[in-house]
Design a protein around this ligand. Structure first.
Ligand code: ZN
Length: 250
């Protein structure tokens, strides 16, 4: 078979391989996006947990402080009962009042800490709901990927063998050229010639519509082992049988 026909055979199977791989790849990409999102939520969750831990330890510290103030007040009240003179009594009373003021300040601080904790707790609830939802999406994305992999794996290995067989018929440098064009254009490595105006002998590239010089058409007709590419879109050009016949008919 002429090179151009071998290339067309490769082109056909190459596109099938790419399309099957593409189905698996798009499922992989989707899964990766979902996993990234869940990782971002995890970071957010541990930040909020850290903040909540800090608030709770603040509350514990405040409670230790108010506890020791309370003990001190109980002790002072006993001393008050046994005060020996007015001066001592007033001094003890003043200390009690000072401690009561300090206790009040601690209580206010504790209220603020508790309010903040409650808010953080609420955020954690909301975050874990989001994690749960996202986890469901990740699970179904995993399942979808697995299903697709199973669906295509057998067909893909058959097609890959076919592709290898088709590629083996192509000279190395031409194969490199083909692969590079196919990679650049998602498998669209080749383009057919269309007849724009048969009387005027005007022919174009079906991929980009550029008019192809008559010289190139003549070369394609006479030398099917030579590669002609479109100067505009780089595709390897080929003649379909009916186009070939149409051109030859005149
Ligand atoms: Zn073109």
């Amino acid at each position: 078979m002429p090179l151009i026909d071998n290339l067309l055979a490769l082109y056909t199977v190459d596109r099938q391989v790419r399309s099957l791989r593409g189905r698996v790849e798009s499922a992989q990409i989707y899964l990766r996006v979902q996993e990234k999102q869940i990782a971002a939520i995890d970071v957010e969750q541990s930040e909020v947990q850290q903040q909540l831990k800090q608030r709770k330890s603040n509350i514990a510290l405040i409670e230790t402080e108010t506890g020791s103030i309370d003990e001190r007040i109980v002790h002072l009240r006993e001393e008050l009962n046994h005060a020996v003179n007015d001066k001592q009594y007033s001094a003890l009373l003043a200390e009690v009042n000072t401690l009561k003021e300090r206790r009040k300040a601690f209580e206010e601080e504790e209220l603020l800490e508790m309010g903040a904790s409650e808010e953080l707790q609420g955020r954690l609830t909301e975050i874990s709901e989001r994690v749960e939802e996202r986890q469901k999406v990740v699970n179904s994305a995993k399942q979808d990927l697995e299903t697709r992999e199973n669906e295509v794996s057998e067909q893909l290995s058959e097609l890959e063998e076919e592709r290898a067989a088709a590629a083996a018929l192509i000279p190395e440098s031409t194969l490199e050229q083909f692969d590079s064009i196919a990679d650049d254009f998602e498998g669209e490595a080749m383009a057919a010639i269309e007849v724009l105006d048969q009387k005027r002998k005007e022919y174009g590239c079906t991929s980009c519509s550029l008019q192809i010089p008559l010289d190139s058409i003549t070369k394609m007709l006479g030398h099917p082992d030579d590669i002609v590419t479109c100067v505009s879109c780089d595709r390897i050009l080929y003649l379909e049988n009916e186009t070939r016949e149409l051109i030859a008919s005149k």
